[in-house]
Write a protein that binds this ligand. Sequence first.
Ligand SMILES: O=C1O[C@H](COP(=O)(O)O)[C@@H](O)[C@H](O)[C@H]1O
Length: 260
Amino acid sequence: MTAPQVVVHRDKDLMAKAAAARLITKVVDAQAATGSASVVLTGGRNGNALLAAIAESPARDAIDWSRLDLWWGDERFLPEGDPERNHTQARAALLDSVPLDPARVRPMPASDGPEGNDPEAAAEAYSEELAKATRPGDHGGVPSFDVLLLGVGPDTHVASLFPEHPAVREVERTVVAVRGAPKPPPTRISLTFPAIRSAREVWLLAAGEDKADAVAIALGGAGEIQAPAAGARGTSRTLWLLDRSAAANLPPQLYPPASA
Ligand SMILES: O=C1O[C@H](COP(=O)(O)O)[C@@H](O)[C@H](O)[C@H]1O
């Protein structure tokens, strides 16, 4: 697992634009090197702002959208098309405006999908889909994603891994159902730490003063059970992308002041 690197941007809009530029470059580089790229999307305000910034960037046309695999790190377990679903929000922010290959876009199941209103069955189905997509050299039943994006909640949750919830203790399964989440809706599906840690690069996004305590706690040595964001690491890189408000409680030695 890699040590976190921290980049601080002036404000949340600049952070979204800079993260978008970074992700476009990463995808273009991966496609040039291997023929394709894989990205795990996050829900939440910062994840959607990043997608909207890609939609507005002229550089988005440098991506070969037909050779991009998209997965999700978590989903609110609601009917297809519900405005609160992370998938619905990602479609509105970007996905409906780019020429993706529908076969390579893998949203997590909806509560009215083939598995029915059964989040455990839906989680199992998604883990099977991930396992089917693995290639030689991948480990742990999931593809080695190029980039896995995670929004950081004000309580330090990432994906739908909430502090002290059973899902943060999962060490075997790659996808689990989450019931009784403290943030609505209560029923969700989430990748687990073993799946998240299979990604080459994990990028954590946090902007706004309501995230300042969470960022300081997670980067200040807290354990992953109490502060799930602390346990999200990539195999090649772990990158925290912040704005100044979210970084406000970080000791200056944790990030290069020049980047602020
Ligand atoms: O509910 C969720 O919240 C988190 C964080 O969202 P934010 O709006 O506080 O940035 C998000 O990462 C997760 O995907 C989503 O399901």
